[in-house]
Design a protein around this ligand. Sequence first.
Ligand code: NAD
Length: 330
Amino acid sequence: MKNKKTALVCGAGGFIGSHLVTRLKNEGYFVRGADLKAPEFSLSTADEFHIGDLRDPVFCQKVLTPPLDEVYQLAADMGGAGFVFTGENDADIMHNSALINLNILGEIKHREGIRIFYSSSACIYPEYNQMDPLNPKTEESTAYPAEPDSEYGWEKLFSERAYMAFSRNYGITVKIARFHNIFGPEGTWRDGREKAPAAMCRKIAEAKENSSIEIWGDGQQTRSFLYIDDCLNAVRMLMDSDFSGPVNIGSEEMVSIDELAKMVMDIAAKPLTIHHISGPLGVRGRTSYNGLIREQLNWEPSHSLRQGMSKTYTWIREQVKLAQHQYRLS
Ligand code: NAD
């Protein structure tokens, strides 16, 4: 009988990590999870779950104890625009995430045969290529000369380079993906770290009939959003392939933030007024370029934005109802 593969998921208490644990379990892996916290919205399906701090080399050593075939490194100090673009969290973002990555690399550098996946971000792409909301450029080859618009992006770029350097010098197999706005049920939806799709669903679910919602900026800024299941398919295809990346994992279905708001209002059957206010924004336009992943992995997303947003809205509406019920009881 074939031995079960063993995988470690770092960041297994987070949004993508907790979904990835379930995906790997469904594929028959033995899964070890590590995170500062357990998943917020459901019980982890991991075989082992270690609560601890990956900035601590001793904890890293413990969770990286052999046997391990694969490591998925998703742990990072991160959040949406309200966390990344205010400037208030820059030092923590750089210090915490870089330490996690350096600890992990230091621990696995002599492990022959181990494969490690690193989750980088579309935030590494230069700001100067993302000024035109209708024509942003994110081809993998345009990452340099580097000019990310946030320290979050700079840390991701530094860590990409660290993973590639360790691969060259120590021979470990590294896979790097640049995620572009991944969303879906069981993602953070309030308290400041939520991203645009979740924030939009929450605002619309909370709004009274015929009222208004607030949107940061003029609403003409563009983005694309990838549904979680499609993201996990791409991650697993990349891990099983001979291709290393860095490669974009995202959607090419670009929308303005106003269009996203109108789509969610339509899903919710709640026509509301949009009130634009100033707030942290990030680049003017961004969408994924999928030429490389199509060519290397023959991967395409299978959910449209509307399909993904419908599932996400349904889940967030339930969370909002639950929170309102708990508030009434308190
Ligand atoms: P998330 O915040 O839900 O998950 C990250 C997890 O890392 C959290 O559970 C957090 O507790 C954990 N973590 C942070 N510091 C830690 C530490 N010191 N020790 C142990 N655990 C620690 O984020 P996510 O959306 O699931 O993103 C996963 C990865 O993908 C991150 O690296 C993120 O930067 C990257 N990414 C995500 C997106 C997206 O749209 N979600 C886009 C681009 C890149």
